[in-house]
Design a protein around this ligand. Structure first.
Ligand SMILES: Nc1ncnc2c1ncn2[C@@H]1O[C@H](COP(=O)(O)OP(=O)(O)OP(=O)(O)O)[C@@H](O)[C@H]1O
Ligand SMILES: [Mg+2]
Length: 412
């Protein structure tokens, strides 16, 4: 049995979780720490001190619960600095016509990485999207096939070193090492979709505080990812301005009475608002209150839709759109999304339940941390296995794996 730890540094909160990986492969959550954070926007640290303090608070909480010190974590990264590009790889199979092995797959993926990466960028993942054997396209599992030439089209994910370093510095301030950096939307997808969804094609949309992560999956692997700079906190911000109230009051009212379907509110229903500088709370029509929410939520989903349509068509996404993140908890979001995304299937999903203290990380806002724990588990397993077993695992996973490892050698 081994232990894994993961950290999600979000724009509203930092979450750290520690879990046991049991012999059977089951993940048992042992401890969770969480602290509000205001020091990150769209995945980028804008206030090192605030972020470091939030991390420290979450780490201490987690350590107290676990009754042990944390040494290292798998860290999720996201943001506009992340970029993805397609890169082909090609290798001959010698002697010509022999059976393709997992080593050949390893070689062709290594070849796909041989493109110049600017000095200021760090390679995070190399995900094979599809293979060709002797020119035959659409191969998902080349191992065991015979051929003379193996080709791959890989998706390379890079991030700006400076942005990643800033996050790592904040983590290090809590005496914690970053053992691995993972593209967060990739991790999130592991907790809210099944391999069959990713095989059929889907988009995973994580609506956070100040941004929304979007990732598209086809043939089992990630093909595109992006970030939209709007999230649930923009709704709260609109309410603050238009209702002339405090952020705390706006957030409370949003959680208690908010919906993005104004017509669900009766004509006479009212929301009582405590306004800044006013002695008496004032009632306002709940429909109007919900119209404010609807406008921003619709803008958010429309931006997501427009981006998805730039990189894919609805026919590519047979498993539809999966909405998650704290912002997806908004009442009526599934119906608003059905409107925005026309007839594409919509699912609002919580992360897959984990054992132990799994209920502490069971909300929409925990999709990322659960996915990161799963990724940490996968990495721990790969470390434990010898090269031979690792090869078999690669073979079994082939293109079904959404992850790579440490951006160095992301092999199926
Ligand atoms: N029940 C709810 N109804 C509406 N909004 C909600 C609800 N619960 C949480 N939210 C919103 O979810 C947002 C926070 O989501 P989440 O915790 O996923 O963000 P984060 O991970 O900190 O941020 P990010 O991913 O953008 O860095 C907040 O704006 C909050 O108001
Ligand atoms: Mg988040």
């Amino acid at each position: 049995m081994s232990q894994v730890a993961a950290m999600d540094i979000g724009s509203t909160k930092v979450v750290v979780a520690l879990a046991d990986v049991e012999e059977s492969g089951l993940l048992r959550v042992l401890a969770v720490g969480s602290a509000p954070n205001e020091g990150v926007r769209s995945g980028t640290v804008v206030d090192i001190e605030t972020t470091a303090q939030a991390i420290l608070q979450a780490v201490r909480q987690c350590e107290q619960m676990a009754d042990r010190k944390l040494d290292s974590v798998v860290l999720g990264v996201t943001g506009e600095h992340i970029s993805g590009s397609r890169s082909p790889g090609i290798v001959p199979i010698v002697p010509a016509g022999r059976t393709i092995t997992s080593e050949d797959v390893h070689r062709v993926i290594t070849h796909s990485k041989q493109i110049p990466i600017p000095a200021e960028r760090q390679l995070l993942h190399v995900v094979p999207v599809s293979f060709k054997v002797d020119g035959q396209a659409g191969v998902t599992k080349p191992v065991g096939m015979n051929g003379e030439r193996l080709e791959v089209e890989a998706y390379l994910v890079t991030g700006l070193k400076s942005h990643i370093l800033n996050l790592e510095r904040c983590v290090n301030r809590a005496q914690i090492e970053v053992e691995e950096v993972v593209l967060q939307p990739l991790a999130t997808s592991e907790s809210v979709t099944a391999p069959s969804d990713r095989q059929a094609g889907c988009a995973v949309v994580d609506i956070g505080g100040y941004s929304t992560d979007v990732a598209v999956f086809r043939q089992g692997g990630i093909t595109n990812s992006s970030i939209v700079p709007i999230g649930g906190s923009h709704i709260t911000g609109d309410l603050v301005k238009l209702l002339k109230t405090t952020p705390e009051e706006a957030e409370r009212l949003k959680l208690q009475f908010g919906s993005c379907i104004p017509s669900d509110s009766g004509e006479k229903e009212a929301v009582v608002v405590r306004q800044i500088g006013m002695e008496k709370p004032r009632p306002m029509a709940r429909r109007v209150f919900c119209e404010i929410i609807e406008a921003r939520a619709e803008e958010n989903l429309t931006l997501v839709r427009d981006w998805i349509l730039k990189v894919a068509s609805w026919e590519d996404l047979n498993a539809g759109i999966v909405l998650t993140g704290g912002g997806a908890a908004l009442t009526g979001l599934d119906r608003l999304a059905a409107r925005v995304f026309n007839d594409v299937p919509i699912r609002v999903a919580k992360p897959t339940p984990l054992h132990g203290l799994g209920d502490v990380v069971s909300g929409y806002e925990h999709a990322a941390i659960v996915g990161l724990l799963k990724h940490a588990q996968r990495s721990a397993l790969a470390r434990q296995e010898g090269p031979e077993a690792k090869g078999i695992r690669r073979l079994m996973n082939t293109i079904g794996s959404v992850f790579g490892s440490k951006g160095r050698e992301d092999i199926p």
